[in-house]
Ligand binder design. Structure first.
Ligand SMILES: *[C@@H]1O[C@H](CO)[C@@H](O)[C@H](O)[C@H]1NC(C)=O
Ligand SMILES: *[C@@H]1O[C@H](CO)[C@@H](O)[C@H](O)[C@H]1NC(C)=O
Length: 226
C-alpha cells in the first residue's frame, strides 16, 4: 500500500522536476550543449567566443544544408571569405552532440551588398562575420557572431563586438527577405522569426576571447523558406 503510493508520487514528481530544469530545451529547436558535456562558448586558444545566434532545427530543412544556408546568408548580407582565403586558425566547439570538439565548418563575412568580392572589402576594412558549427542529430546551426576591426588591427573584435555583431545580423535577418538562388535561377523568399534566449550563456567577459563582455542573450532564429 505504502510503496504503491510512493510510486504514484514519484511518477507525478519526476516529470515535473524535469520540466522545471531551467536549462532543459527539448522542444526541437536544438539540444542544449551543456547537457552533453558541451558549451555555449566555442574555443580559441584557451578562451572562447559566444555561440550567440542559433538557427533553429525547426527552420525549413533546405536552410540547414551547407548550400541552402549559404543562400540564406547571402540574402541577409553575408558571403564566403574573400577569394576563399581564410585568416586565422579554425575555432572549435563542443555542441554536446557526442562528437566532442569539432572545427567550424566555415566563416562567412559581411558582403556590403557586392556579390563575389564584397567580403574582400570586409577583410580590409573590418566588419561583421560569423563562424558556423552544425549540431549533429538536430541539424541546428550554432553561430559565433562578432564585429571586427580592420586588417591593420589584426582582426581584433571591436569594443562590445559580440553584442553589436549579433544584433546587426539579427537586424538584417528579421522579417521577410528575397534573394537570388544561384543554383535554380529563381528567387527565394525567407521569413525569419527571432526569440531571445536567456539563462543559457552567462553574461560577462569570463573566459571570453579578447576579454570583451557580452550580455548573455542568445538569439534563436527560425527561418522559413517560403
Ligand atoms: C581542425 O583544423 C585543424 C587546423 O586546420 C586541423 O589540423 C585538424 O585536422 C582539423 N580537425 C578536423 C577533425 O578536421
Ligand atoms: C531581446 O533582447 C534584446 C537585447 O539583445 C532586448 O533589447 C529586447 O528588448 C529583448 N526582447 C524581448 C522580447 O525580450
Amino acid at each position: 500500500m505504502f510503496s504503491s503510493m510512493l510510486l504514484a508520487v514519484l511518477a507525478l514528481a519526476v516529470p515535473n522536476l524535469l520540466n522545471a530544469s531551467p536549462i532543459k530545451r527539448d522542444d526541437g529547436d536544438f539540444l542544449n550543449p551543456t547537457l552533453g558535456g558541451g558549451s555555449f562558448l566555442d574555443k580559441s586558444a584557451g578562451l572562447g567566443e559566444p555561440l550567440n545566434v542559433i538557427i533553429s532545427a525547426k527552420s525549413s530543412p533546405e536552410v540547414l544544408t551547407l548550400d541552402g544556408f549559404l543562400q540564406y546568408a547571402q540574402t541577409i548580407g553575408f558571403d564566403t571569405e574573400c577569394l576563399g582565403l581564410h585568416i586565422g586558425n579554425p575555432q572549435t566547439a563542443n555542441l554536446g552532440d557526442g562528437r566532442g570538439d569539432v572545427n567550424e565548418t566555415e566563416v562567412l563575412r559581411e558582403s556590403f551588398g557586392i556579390p563575389g568580392v564584397g567580403t574582400c572589402l570586409e577583410s580590409a576594412t573590418g566588419g561583421n562575420h560569423f563562424r558556423v558549427f552544425p549540431q549533429a542529430g538536430t541539424g541546428a546551426l550554432f553561430l559565433a557572431v562578432s564585429k571586427e576591426e580592420d586588417a591593420s588591427e589584426q582582426h581584433n573584435i571591436i569594443p562590445d563586438g559580440y553584442n553589436i555583431g549579433r544584433d546587426l545580423l539579427v537586424a538584417n535577418a528579421v522579417g521577410e527577405h528575397t534573394g537570388f538562388d544561384g543554383k535554380k535561377f529563381k528567387f527565394n523568399t525567407y521569413d525569419t522569426v527571432v526569440t531571445n534566449l536567456t539563462g543559457l550563456l552567462a553574461p560577462g567577459a569570463d573566459g571570453i576571447n579578447h576579454g570583451i563582455a557580452q550580455d548573455g542573450v542568445i538569439k534563436l532564429l527560425t527561418v522559413t523558406l517560403k
